[in-house]
Design a protein around this ligand. Structure first.
Ligand code: FAD
Length: 322
């Protein structure tokens, strides 16, 4: 079954595949919750629209807050799905590319993404299936619509195949501190390439995405420096300060990588729209990407502050005080 003393390494081949698959479970259940929520929002009639466009109660999809919930669900699912596909492509290239150096580069990239696909997509699935319940109102809380079943099904995904904290420990230890943050910084350089393409566009959507992506990428670099520096040999910092921000770092990194894919999708969708290809799909993709930038990527700098400046709020509480 293999060479002696390489068992742990072999086990991680299986673990990476299993963790990746659980991330896909999260994306799948979130997608189903979204489809059900959209169908309900098109059917349920409640209250007049705030813009006065109808003189009678409308279906709830007319209400801006319901649309916001549906956009939050949709944008997060699309971001996580794109990140998972990029990870899968990297794994294919890691196996099949003719050049050894490119295979190695893709393997390192894939391994960095695995805890993000697992941890970020499954945490996303809890948030999205919870929103699915919320869109259904009271009908979501009781069992007959099935919305609550998705929420309950999602709840195991952040636990089995290693909890989100265990994914975050992997991200911090093996994927960030071990190479001094080199892989994370190389990814940030690629993100900067996308920023340059966005900056060259004239559209409002590209401008908005450029602003959010560059702020998020800078925040990720700060956190990587905090993590790699805090755990470097000879550092005076306590590892507790770094690990107090472990899951927030995973969620931040997942948000940035998923948001980066939405930025790339925005660029492609603008080109396709200009060429007249699948116009409705491309418009929706651009709006969804912009929503991701303004509503989801925009949270990244605040999370950076919690990690880099907020560890004391965790480390200073005496264990006896709980
Ligand atoms: C429905 C179901 C199906 C399962 N299927 C399988 C299966 O097929 N095969 C299999 O092998 N296992 C399976 N498991 C087990 C599953 O993988 C574990 O439950 C999971 O890995 C968490 O371990 P634990 O339950 O021991 O929790 P614990 O390790 O006790 O974790 C409790 C809490 O402490 C945190 N924690 C623990 N250690 C650390 C740390 N070092 N740093 C930070 N936080 C930490 C965790 O994040 C969590 O919040 C299954 C579990 C369930 C519920």
């Amino acid at each position: 079954i293999g060479q002696e003393n390489r068992g742990l390494e072999y086990m991680f081949v299986m673990m990476n595949a299993a963790r990746y698959a659980v991330g896909l479970q999260g994306i799948a259940v979130a997608e189903r919750a979204y489809q059900k929520a959209v169908a309900y929002a098109r059917d349920r009639v409640q209250s007049r629209p705030v813009d006065g466009s109808m003189n009678a109660a409308a279906t709830i999809i007319h209400h801006p807050d319901v649309k916001r919930m549906l956009m939050t669900m949709r944008a997060q699912i699309e971001g996580c799905r794109a990140m998972a596909l990029v990870a899968a492509a990297a794994q294919d290239a890691a196996h099949a590319h003719p050049e050894a150096a490119v295979r190695k580069q893709n393997q390192v990239f894939y391994e960095f993404l695995v805890p993000l696909v697992k941890g970020f997509s499954t945490e996303m699935s809890i948030a999205v299936t919870s929103l699915g319940v919320q869109v259904h109102g009271g009908m979501g809380f009781i069992e007959e619509t099935g919305a609550a079943q998705y929420y309950r099904d999602a709840r195991i995904l952040t636990i089995y195949e290693g909890t989100t904290a265990i994914q975050a420990n992997d991200l911090i230890g093996r994927k960030t501190a071990r190479d001094g943050g080199a892989t994370a910084r190389a990814i940030c350089e690629q993100i900067q390439g996308t920023e340059a393409l966005l900056a060259a566009r004239g559209s409002d959507a590209a401008r908005a995405m450029h602003k959010r992506l560059s702020a998020a990428r800078r925040a990720l670099l700060d956190v990587v420096a905090f993590v790699a520096g805090g755990l470097a040999k000879g550092s005076q910092d306590s590892p507790n300060a770094v690990f107090a921000g472990s899951v927030p770092y995973l969620l931040l990194a997942g948000n940035v990588i998923a948001g980066w894919q939405m930025a790339r999708a925005l660029l492609v969708a603008e080109d396709q729209l200009a060429a007249g290809v699948e116009v409705d799909f491309m418009r929706a993709k651009i709006t969804t990407a912009r929503f991701y930038g303004d509503h989801i990527l925009s949270q990244v700098p605040g999370v950076r502050d919690s990690i880099v400046e907020g560890a004391a709020g965790v480390t200073e509480m005496a264990l006896e005080a709980f």
